[in-house]
Design a protein around this ligand. Structure first.
Ligand code: 5RP
Length: 231
């Protein structure tokens, strides 16, 4: 895509993605994110592969897996990797201390496992994703369907409000056939504490607070690229 023909938000995503792929080295394992920002990274990685780069991609969703395969990127199953060199993924919100909310696209469980196995987790974002405090975006919580009512009650006990994610009339199902509760806790003072509390609820498989998992955020702002590192 030529840069002149795409909307500003997409341009920001694209330039961030093109900067991020510079961190990928030959003969490495690369985590492939999910969403409209990660999409640009996958396109850029496919270009590098066409030019001879040898990598194995670990997809964070079925959608990403089929996109990557259609573009000629070799894949390796998450079950078969014990470390990932670099992952490039998007986020719904990030703060300058590199904590995130992810999972708007529903891929949070695999994204979190991939991020946890990753040496250098790079988040790419347009400028609307940077916030002073996390929490305007509701926190996706992936739950085993049988645990739905229980988890919802526990979210209320933590002073949150949960809404079961729907896809039209149908209940939304993740790639792992689970439900997502989008939980509203308002603006969050202590994301680490809330993350710990959510982790302790039986039936929660993953939630969208990504704490201390990110090495670098690369954000497009207009034509500029801003990089945020772990301080
Ligand atoms: C998917 C995610 C995405 O990275 C997040 O929702 C951002 O998506 P987009 O790049 O389309 O704004 O976490 O589960």
């Amino acid at each position: 895509l030529e840069n002149q023909t795409i909307p500003l938000k997409d341009l920001e995503k694209k330039i961030a993605a093109e900067e991020a792929v510079k961190y990928i080295k030959d003969n490495t394992i690369v985590g492939l994110g999910t969403g409209s920002t990660a999409y640009y990274a996958i396109l850029a990685i496919a270009d590098l592969v066409k030019n001879g780069l040898n990598i194995q991609g670990v997809p964070t969703s079925e959608k990403t897996a089929s996109l990557a395969l259609s573009l000629g990127i070799k894949l390796i199953d998450l079950k078969e990797v014990d470390a990932i060199d670099v992952t490039i993924d998007g986020a719904d919100e990030f703060t300058s201390d590199l904590n995130l909310i992810k999972g708007g696209g529903g891929a949070l469980f695999r994204e979190k496992i991939v991020a946890s196995l990753t040496k250098t987790e790079i988040i790419i974002a347009d400028s609307a994703k940077k916030v002073d405090r996390l929490g305007k975006f509701k926190i996706p919580v992936e739950v085993e369907p049988l645990a739905y009512n229980y988890v919802n009650q526990q979210i209320i006990k933590l002073s949150g409000k949960g809404a079961l994610r729907k896809n039209g009339e149908e209940i939304y199902l993740t790639d792992n056939h689970n439900y997502i509760i989008d939980a509203d806790f308002g603006l969050i003072d202590e994301p680490e504490v809330l993350s710990g509390s959510l982790n302790q609820i039986e039936g929660v498989l993953a939630h969208g607070l990504f704490i201390n998992l990110t090495s670098i955020v690369i954000m497009g702002k207009g034509q500029e690229i801003l990089t945020f590192n772990k301080s």
